[in-house]
Structures are given as C-alpha cells and as structure tokens.
Design a protein around this ligand. Structure first.
Ligand code: ADP
Length: 398
C-alpha cells in the first residue's frame, strides 16, 4: 500500500505516490505558478505515471484547485486516490517551531498550531496548511501526517542554537536557530551509515545539502550538532537566489540609504541575491556554461559560493574534531563535480581527498568520490525527502 507525499510551497505543489517499503515511485508531479498567469508552452501541471506524462495547461488560481486537478490527473492515469487505499498522506511542513519535532498526526489543533507558526515562516507554513486542508477534504479517512523540516535540528546544543542578542527579546519572539532541510540531512546521514556499513552512532559527519536552497550540517553520532540555516532558511551558505550570511548592518544601510521597505529587502535577499544576484543566473548548469565563456561575474559567483562553503566545512571540522564522512547531496551536490572538487581542494593534510575520476564519473547512485583507502570518506548520496517523509508517516500510523 502506498503513501502520497505532498510538498506544498508558496507557488508550487510537488507530490509523489510511492511505496515506502520498496521506494518505488508509482506517480509523481508538480503544479507550478499557482496564482500566476498561464505561461505559453509550459504546462502548469505535469503528472508522470507509468512512463507517461499528463499535462494541464490552464491557470491554477490557488493550492486547493491545484490539488483537486492533481487528483483528477491521478484518476485519468489510472490511480483513483480515493479508491487506492492509501496508508497515509505525508506532508512536508517547513517550520515546526519549538512545538513540533516528531512526525505528527494531523488534527484541527495541529493545523491551527502550524498556521500560528506562519509568523516564523510566512511564505511556507500558510501553503503547507492549505495543502493539508485540501488533502484532508479530498481524502477523508486517510491519516495525514506532518513531517517538519526543522525537526532534526530540535536538539541542537544551546551554544549552536542561541543568537547573541538580548535574551528577553529572543525568548519573546522565538528568535533562535531552528535549521531547515532536516528531513534531508537526517535521511542522507542515515544512508551514509548504511553505505559505510557502520552504525550511525559511531560516525561524525558533515552533510552538504546543495540544491536551490543550500545548507550544511555537522552530525555527531546520528544527532545534529550544528547547521547553517537559522531562524529562517536565509542564513548560512550562498544559495541559488538567497544571500546566506551577511552583516545584519547591510539591512539597516539599505533601509536608510536606499529607502527600501522591509518587503523589498526581504525580496532582495531571498530572491534576487546569491548566485543569481552576483551572476544573473541561479542554475548551476547555466553558471558553468557562462564560466566556460569567460564570464567574470559568473566566475565570481562560483568563487563566492565556494568560499562560504569552505568556511563552514572548516568550522565543522573543528567542531567535530574528527570527521569520518563528508557527503554531497541535492541538485548541485549530486551533479556538479566542479563544486565538489573546489569545496574540498587542498585539504589533504586533514585526510580529505577527492579522486578526479570518481568525482567526474557519470553515476547516480550513492558512491565514494574519495580515493580508495582515504582517511575521510567523501561521498555523493542522492537525497530522497519524499521517501523519508513516506517512511516517517508509515512508522507513525503503523
Ligand atoms: P530544490 O532546492 O529546489 O529542491 P534541487 O535539490 O533539485 O533544488 O536542486 C536544483 C538545482 O540543482 C538547480 O537549480 C541547479 O542549479 C542544480 N542542478 C541540477 N542538475 C544539475 C547538473 N546536472 N549540474 C549542475 N547543477 C545541477
């Protein structure tokens, strides 16, 4: 019996119907540009099932309509979800705040609490709530489970999760480091232990989740002890369109000198910064192509990205003291050999080496990119947040 996993974002819904035991994906798809006009030549919904693609071209005004259309496409492709006997629906929820740090069965009260946490994740939690409510309406009787992106970092040591600001202000407004991408960091660090044939409690790991959003974590004995994202997913590494760390004084400067409003600065730092801000493009394939043509801004964006990444790798080496494995995952981490090579260049004296042939091999499975016998295992491990969410949901509902 299958699980439907729903990742409802601010203007998109990604979903998968999968078997949590075998990891087989029965169907998957994405709803894009919710609330936006139709884009010529690009369908608003793409649904893949049994090697076929089903499309919807009309505009999708809101999330509830999007999900309803997805259910129609499921039926059209031969999987009527209402009849399929789903074991559960698993929802990715971005912010669990201080309240949620385990997969949680959805009730009215849970939905209210997730909605209240929108103050901490104004773009994400409201969309998550709509996804949950719509799925409940369309699939009454199927247990709905919320899995939180912050959960894996709930137990961060106080020194790692505390911002050095007035303690009363911090407490009153929930200002602390929560961390995100937790489902991926937890899943990948578990896959690493399996791959190495070791128990996760024996391993010190650095996990580099480099996708459009990017974060690093330090994991000691299976528990996260540090991560780069903070109160929001804006802190830490340079990302596709997000700045990552910067001097908070920049914000005051822009408000005072450029006359920007809060929303403008928010938009600048979340959507117009990072690789895109420096180079004009946010996709690493395009960035690589531009670097190949001698584009100086693209090269600078790459260098800034790597500089920040190496700074955190260094920090986590020191924090962990001994590192057994460094793992690259997500879109950039799994596919971009140049990023991987640059991130770890010149660290031989720390036992960290990348083998060029292994690094550039066209292989999509979990694998070593460090040479045989290297002191630190350097790995590429595909992440699979949907599978992790489906398994968490099934563990909860039995
Ligand atoms: P998200 O954070 O949205 O889940 P992903 O983990 O799917 O994103 O990563 C998407 C990013 O991965 C793309 O924006 C692109 O920069 C990068 N990417 C995907 N494929 C490749 C590739 N073959 N080479 C380099 N970068 C890639």
């Amino acid at each position: 019996m299958n699980v439907l996993v729903i990742n409802s974002g601010s203007s998109s819904i990604k979903y998968q119907l999968l078997d949590p035991d075998s990891a087989d994906v029965v169907a998957s798809g994405v709803v894009q540009r919710i609330g936006e006009p139709v884009a010529e030549g690009s369908p608003s919904i793409e649904h893949k099932s049994a090697g076929r693609t089903f499309e919807h071209d009309g505009a999708v005004p809101d999330h509830a309509t999007g999900l309803k259309l997805v259910f129609d496409l499921f039926a059209e492709s031969g999987h009527d979800l209402a009849e399929a006997g789903l074991r559960a629906v698993g929802h990715r929820v971005v912010h669990g705040g201080e309240i949620f740090y385990e997969p949680t069965l959805v009730t009215d009260e849970v939905i209210r609490a997730i909605a209240e946490l929108s103050t901490l994740a104004p773009l994400h939690n409201p969309a998550n709530v709509v996804g949950i409510e719509s799925a409940r309406e369309l699939l009454p009787g199927v247990p709905q489970v919320a899995v939180f992106d912050t959960a894996f970092f709930h137990g961060l040591p106080a020194a790692a999760k505390t911002y050095a600001i007035d303690a009363k202000v911090a407490a009153e407004y929930g200002v602390r480091r929560y961390g995100f991408h937790g489902t991926s960091h937890e899943y990948v660090s578990g896959q690493v232990a399996d791959f190495l044939g070791r128990d996760r409690t024996e391993l010190n790991q650095i996990v580099l989740h480099l996708g459009n959003g990017a974060s690093a974590s330090a994991v000691r004995g299976g528990k996260a002890v540090d991560t780069t994202m903070g109160l929001t997913p804006l802190e830490g590494l340079v990302m596709g369109t997000r700045s990552g760390d910067l001097d908070p004084g920049i914000i005051f400067h822009l408000i005072r000198e450029a006359g920007m409003g809060v929303d403008e600065v928010d938009n600048l730092l979340n959507r117009e910064s990072g690789i895109k801000g420096v180079s004009g493009v946010n996709d690493f394939r395009e960035l690589g192509r531009l670097i190949g043509t001698g584009d100086a801004a693209a090269k600078l964006a790459f260098d800034v990205y790597i500089h920040r990444l190496r700074r955190y790798i260094g920090a986590y080496l020191v924090e962990l003291g001994r590192v057994d494995a460094i793992t690259f995952t997500a879109g950039v981490g799994e596919n971009d050999a140049a990023v991987r090579a640059a991130a770890l260049a010149g660290l031989e004296r720390y036992g960290i080496r990348v083998d060029e042939a292994r690094n550039t091999a066209k292989d999509r499975s979990a694998r070593y990119i460090s040479p045989k016998g290297a002191e630190v295992a350097v790995l590429v491990v595909p992440t699979n947040e949907e599978l992790a969410i489906a398994r968490a949901a099934v563990r909860l509902v039995g």
